[in-house]
Design a protein around this ligand. Structure first.
Ligand code: NDP
Ligand code: GDR
Length: 321
């Protein structure tokens, strides 16, 4: 039986990846931070099947112990301070976790289990103020936030461990991917949660920032499969994972409201509080390499994704009402 260690197991991607690997017959270990309150909403349905190991990306001792406990064939490093907006409010913490945390994890693997295959959760935010469109594996980086800069460090240190120590390390440059398990502060989930609340009479407006930014949005369930595929290859490499389509925040809003029979213009208010010190205006990925080498392609369309998220939030809120 193959064994995998996932950091960030409680997050959106950690939960989908754990499900995916359990279905493939893996024994799944999840690194989990101690928390004063229970934080297992995304993994409650599978928590009995996961072996949890206590740890934090900032504490290399805990990571060494986690790799020892799991003795993994594959390590998926998904943990991060992942909210771009907060990275300006907590730039040092973001650097410690999202940048240096990657080296901590790589060191733990290098010391304890150097032949484990390693996946690093890199991001399209590294392209930032984009230098070419669409963006592919060779597009130069120009990060626009402490988060983007941290992910760029994480990306290059992953490449360096591959080239310095001959480790099987892969960096997945994933464009935005969403789901009903997306954190509530990210724009897609904020929109679908608000649409459901407005529809059910629990809220009367939705305050948003920049509606013109464009993102290449896919479904998280499709994207975790790409992570796994990367680690099954003989040669470790880096891959862009994206849909190859881009849409504005406004388009997302329009479809979400329309699905419940409402006109977004009656409810959406622009609020300067949600504008960022520096914006990433346009992301559009070219997933050709992943398609050719991994045989990967996304299955859920943009419209299906929006509707899946709206319907899930409506159902959830109806149940709690
Ligand atoms: P989430 O924010 O949903 O999950 C982040 C996870 O990291 C949580 O499990 C969180 O644990 C954990 N974590 C945070 N800080 C630490 C720490 N110091 N030590 C250990 N664990 C920690 O992110 P996603 O699931 O959306 O994303 C997964 C990864 O992919 C992240 O690295 C993200 O930056 C990256 N990424 C995401 C994309 C997306 O569109 N979703 C696109 C490209 C990259 P806790 O529950 O305790 O807070
Ligand atoms: P992003 O996701 O920054 O792309 O990072 P987010 O959903 O936070 O923002 C997307 C775009 O929406 C605009 N926006 C708003 N954003 C939020 N959160 N709240 C608002 O009210 C709002 N109004 C407009 C933003 O300005 C931005 O342009 C996500 C994270 O998952 C990262 O971890 C990951 O690396 C990247 O995707 C790829």
């Amino acid at each position: 039986m193959k064994k995998a260690l996932i950091t960030g197991i409680t997050g959106q991607d950690g939960s989908y990846l754990a499900e995916f690997l359990l279905n493939k017959g893996y024994q799944v270990y999840g690194l989990k931070r101690r928390s004063a309150t229970v934080n297992n909403e995304n993994i409650r349905h599978i928590q009995d099947k996961i072996q949890f190991v206590s740890g934090d990306l900032q504490d290399v001792t805990s990571l060494i112990n986690a790799v020892k406990a799991a003795d993994p064939d594959e390590v998926y490093n998904l943990a991060a301070q992942s909210f771009v907006a907060d990275s300006w409010l907590q730039p040092i913490f973001t650097g410690q976790v999202t940048a240096l945390g990657v080296t901590n994890m790589l060191e733990a693997v290098r010391i304890v289990k150097p032949d484990a295959h390693f996946y690093q959760a890199s991001s399209s935010e590294m392209f930032g103020k984009v230098l070419e469109t669409p963006q592919n594996e060779l597009t130069p980086f120009y990060p626009r936030s402490p988060y983007g800069a941290s992910k760029m460090y994480g990306h290059w240190i992953t490449v360096n461990y591959r080239e310095s120590f001959n480790m099987h390390t892969c960096s997945g440059i994933l464009f935005n991917h969403e789901s009903p398990r997306r954190g509530i502060e990210f724009v897609t989930r904020k929109i679908t949660d608000a649409v459901a609340r407005i529809k059910l009479g629990l809220q009367d407006e939705l305050r948003l920032g920049n509606l013109d930014a464009k993102r290449d949005w896919g479904f998280a369930g499709d994207y975790v499969k790409a992570m796994w595929l990367m680690l099954q290859q003989n040669d470790p490499d880096d891959y862009v994972i994206a849909t190859g389509e881009t849409h504005t925040i406004k388009e997302f809003v329009e479809i979400a409201f329309k699905h419940v029979g409402l006109d977004w213009q009656d409810y959406v208010v622009q609020d300067s509080k949600f504008f960022r010190p520096a914006e990433v205006d346009l992301l559009l990925g070219d997933p050709a390499k992943a398609k050719n080498k991994l045989g990967w392609q996304p299955e859920v369309t943009f419209e299906q994704l929006v509707i899946m998220m709206v319907e899930s939030d409506v159902k959830r809120l109806e149940n709690t009402k």
